[in-house]
Design a protein around this ligand. Structure first.
Ligand code: ATP
Ligand code: MG
Length: 365
């Protein structure tokens, strides 16, 4: 049996890009041979094993044949006779289809190194179109390696357009789409993920309200000042109506905190200037963001607001003022009303009046 490093670890070592997990391919072995060496099998559909001590993934060399629709419609053929070249042929991009021996020799049957030199994300074969997840993966890699000058090869973009036009994205699970999107938001140029999706028509299919907005420009500006993925997401959706922001989050099953933040930014960012002049508006903003009771989504709101305006959260006069107003209002409780006869709505109204007063005093400072 032969064991080689494959995929991202090989690509990233050639690119000098940091990489954490290593994937391995095992050629000329049976599942039993790996089990005998203490590996445990993890793949339900695929013959993938975990190393007994490092817990890294070892996959038997395999070929795949399209047998149905979508991401899972593959017939997998793993056998000791499958060659390394055959295994590499099923991979998405040429830069992901290289292997490395223990001695550091690179096996590169599909021109991965040439495409690294040309800074191209290029598909390995026409079979690329068989898995719609690749549309999202390529967009994500474009966001990750944009800083090195990588772009999507025009012929690969054409195949991505074909996948989208054939309606294949509908076969991806929402969870998978969100996972890719959340990972893309953490990349160095997340806006490239969304613009590549736009270029191939996928943005319109997956996030139609966003495709019609100028959200990508907002994300481009904001991501410089925040690495928080929820804030980047909220910046992207900032110019949608609050309802559209919420709907976009729900359609992708984004986590509740992402949804609350995106809705809060879409709703209150336009009202912020006014809120700084008028205590009752400021109260509505703080209350609407649940900031008297919780840190989030208020902290995220401030970070997003600052990032959209070109600042980090603690170096932005507007967010500092809103935070002081919030802290002042948080000090107010039943005892602050100066009477213990009030209950229910009357007490609530008295507390609100006090809070507006201390907010006004803070804004006037
Ligand atoms: P990352 O740094 O994000 O882990 P990676 O390239 O290692 O990037 P993995 O998802 O870990 O990505 O997959 C390992 C390898 O498996 C890839 O490099 C690629 O060769 C192959 N691969 C993964 N998913 C697909 C897919 N949907 N279609 C084709 N090949 C894939
Ligand atoms: Mg990997």
């Amino acid at each position: 049996m032969k064991i080689l490093k494959v995929g991202g670890a090989v690509r990233d070592s050639l690119l000098n890009h940091p990489h954490s997990e290593v994937d391995w391919v095992v050629v000329g072995a049976t599942p039993q041979a790996l089990l005998d060496r203490g590996f445990t099998q993890v793949g339900k559909d695929f013959p993938v094993f975990l190393h007994p001590s490092t817990k890294e993934e070892y996959a038997l060399a395999r070929t795949e044949r399209k047998s149905g629709r979508g991401y899972h419609g593959f017939e997998v053929h793993a056998h000791p006779s499958v060659t390394l070249e055959e295994d590499l042929a099923r991979r998405d991009l040429t830069i992901n289809a290289m292997a490395m021996t223990d001695e550091g020799d690179i096996i590169d049957p599909y021109g991965g190194r040439a495409d690294i030199a040309k800074r191209l994300l290029r598909h390995v074969s026409p079979h690329f179109i068989e898995d719609p997840l690749r549309v999202l993966r390529v967009a994500r890699f474009a966001g990750r390696y944009g800083y090195l000058g990588f772009t999507v090869a025009p012929e690969t973009l054409t195949l991505m357009q074909r996948i989208v036009a054939a309606g294949e994205l509908a076969h991806l699970s929402v969870e998978r789409i969100w996972t890719e999107t959340e990972r893309a938001l953490a990349e160095s140029q997340p806006e490239i993920y969304f613009s590549v999706l736009k270029d191939c028509g996928a943005l319109e299919a997956l996030m139609p309200a966003l495709a019609l907005s100028n959200g990508i420009d907002h994300l481009t500006r904001a991501r410089v000042h925040t690495t928080r993925v929820d804030c980047r997401w909220a910046a992207l959706l900032a110019t949608l109506s609050p309802d559209n922001a919420t709907q976009t989050c729900r359609a992708l099953k984004a986590p509740k905190l992402f949804e609350a933040l995106a809705n809060g930014v879409a709703r209150y960012q336009p009202a912020t200037k006014n809120a700084l002049r008028q205590a009752s508006g400021c109260f509505d903003l703080l209350k609407g963001l649940d900031s008297f009771r919780r840190d989030e989504p208020f902290d995220g709101f401030l970070a997003t607001l600052a990032a959209l305006e070109g600042h980090s959260a603690d170096a932005h006069p507007t967010t500092r003022l809103l935070r002081r107003a919030c802290e002042a209002a948080r000090q107010i409780n039943a005892a602050s009303t100066g009477t213990n006869t009030l209950t229910g709505p009357a007490l609530g109204a008295a507390i609100k009046e006090r809070q507006i007063r201390v907010i006004a005093a803070t804004l006037a400072q």
